[in-house]
Ligand binder design. Structure first.
Ligand code: SAM
Length: 323
């Protein structure tokens, strides 16, 4: 098992397969930004499989494919299929903006991706265009339908709550998710990069209490040790999670690390601690060397993020780390 110096078991890896994205969400990648990682620095599928294999031998059982936008990485279902075969890895999931999901949903599901999270900040086409920089709501909805048909379960909707932008739409999103059978997760903006710092942060604590009363929700279970705290209907057919890094952090139960596309391992989303795995991978290191480096990295995992105390600390965008 990977246990850090604060006694937390690390059993979850978020794997960024690209730092590129076809959207420019206002709180994530700035308009006109083009300083992406060079393809020569991307870990190839063999390298990714080796690293994930090492993590799996060390006790990591869950991997989420993310980015950037993971569906921009060519042949993603092939990679998913290869990772799914790794001994010890029993849960493979995906975070996507869904603009291309209608084309890939079946292949990803067949390859062994079982759970999917889709970013959707609004159900109004003009708002989606305003937040993402593109008129993509119909494509996202088509992607969601394809995910449903393919059999993904659960399907979770990630809605970044933005004061003055979509805060008046939260109840509508709850109703939509109840109707569609989706889990909703509301997310507070994190001060990652200049875009994250300038985002219209909305404190989700009052929203939580309001939704509890309006929809008759009760406290739910925390699924998979993640940061979301859930409310649910009494019959458990609907749940809404609150990811509140600013108003209430949950670092004491953090169970994850993040691997960027260039092989940088980030121990905390909100800190700069990192270990480079790519040099070792390309210099003929053995599996034992790789496992040793991962163990050393986990030993450096910070206790917590400092988004509130030091909001200017992290200059990279969420998309560069693998959000
Ligand atoms: N493209 C994929 C997607 O849309 O899910 C995966 C990567 S994206 C960076 C992952 C999640 O991070 C999305 O739900 C996005 O809305 C969220 N995100 C990006 N920047 C953020 C920020 N500064 N604060 C909070 N959430 C952010």
């Amino acid at each position: 098992m990977l246990i850090d110096r604060f006694g937390r078991a690390i059993e979850y890896l978020r794997l960024s397969v690209t730092d590129r994205c076809d959207l420019r969400c206002t709180y994530c990648i700035p308009e006109g930004f083009n300083d992406f990682e060079e393809p020569a620095h991307w870990l190839n599928f063999d390298e990714i499989e080796r690293v994930v294999g090492a993590f799996a031998r060390l006790g990591v059982s869950r991997v989420r494919l993310t980015g950037g936008e993971p569906l921009l990485r060519r042949n993603l279902p092939e990679l998913a299929g290869r990772l799914k075969q790794l001994p010890g890895l029993d849960d493979l999931s995906l975070s996507t903006n869904a603009t291309q999901l209608d084309k890939h949903a079946d292949a990803l599901f067949q390859a062994g991706v079982s759970r999917i999270n889709v970013s959707l900040d609004s159900l109004q086409a003009d708002r989606i265009a305003q937040v993402t920089g593109r008129d993509v709501l119909p494509k996202i909805l088509a992607g969601l339908s394809a995910a449903k048909r393919a059999g993904f379960t659960p399907i979770k909707i990630n809605m970044v709550a933005l004061q003055g932008v979509n805060d008046d739409e939260i109840d509508t999103m709850v109703e939509y998710c109840i109707e569609q059978g989706y889990v909703l997760r509301l997310i507070e903006t994190m001060p990652m990069g200049i875009t994250g710092r300038q985002a219209q942060l909305l404190d989700l604590q009052p929203v939580k209490e309001r939704l509890r009363a309006r929809f008759g929700l009760i406290d739910g279970m925390n699924s998979g040790g993640g940061p979301a705290r859930y409310l649910q209907t009494a019959d458990k057919t609907f749940s809404v999670g609150f990811i509140t890094p600013i108003s209430q952090h949950f670092c004491d139960t953090c169970n994850r690390v993040r691997l960027a596309v260039d092989g940088t391992l980030y121990m905390c989303l909100g800190q700069n601690d990192r270990v480079e795995l790519r040099p070792l991978l390309r210099e003929g290191a053995t599996d034992a060397d790789l496992e040793q480096l991962i163990l050393e990295a986990i030993a450096q995992k910070p206790e917590r993020h400092e988004f509130r105390e030091e909001p200017a600390k992290v200059v990279r965008f969420m998309s560069a780390t693998g959000g």
